[in-house]
Design a protein around this ligand. Structure first.
Ligand SMILES: [Zn+2]
Length: 124
């Protein structure tokens, strides 16, 4: 069913109909404190020859077709993450990892701020 959908709008219409509460937040970009996340998104878009669209924060991945929707959306330039992984900066609404994600990234020696903040360092 999903593979028959042609436009991004069609995908969202099906999601809205089937899972009206799945998408919690729609964000434009990652916080400037996490340049690697933004760079990875751009690389993924290059792979799919898509333009970066939006970061969608969803409630969770609970149904099989949640994964299918995320896969299709990723191929057309979206990022789909859960609210357990990311939240938005109160000021600029860009995506920031939650504390446990931050700690995981720090452990993996990713380029992250030296201490955790819920908002961007430039927005504090
Ligand atoms: Zn901010």
């Amino acid at each position: 069913m999903i593979t028959e959908l042609e436009t991004i709008e069609d995908i969202f219409n099906v999601i809205k109909e089937k899972y009206p509460n799945w998408i919690i937040d729609v964000l434009d970009s990652y916080s400037t404190d996490y340049p690697e996340l933004q760079a990875n998104w751009n690389i993924l878009c290059d792979v799919f020859k898509a333009k970066p669209q939006k970061i969608l924060l969803v409630s969770a991945f609970e149904a099989d077709d949640h994964f299918s929707f995320a896969e299709v959306l990723t191929q057309v330039g979206f990022v789909v993450r859960t609210i357990h992984e990311f939240h938005s900066c109160d000021i600029c609404k860009s995506a920031i990892p939650n504390k446990h994600m931050y700690e995981k990234m720090k452990e993996l020696k990713k380029n992250v701020p030296s201490s955790y903040q819920i908002n961007c360092s430039i927005c504090l």
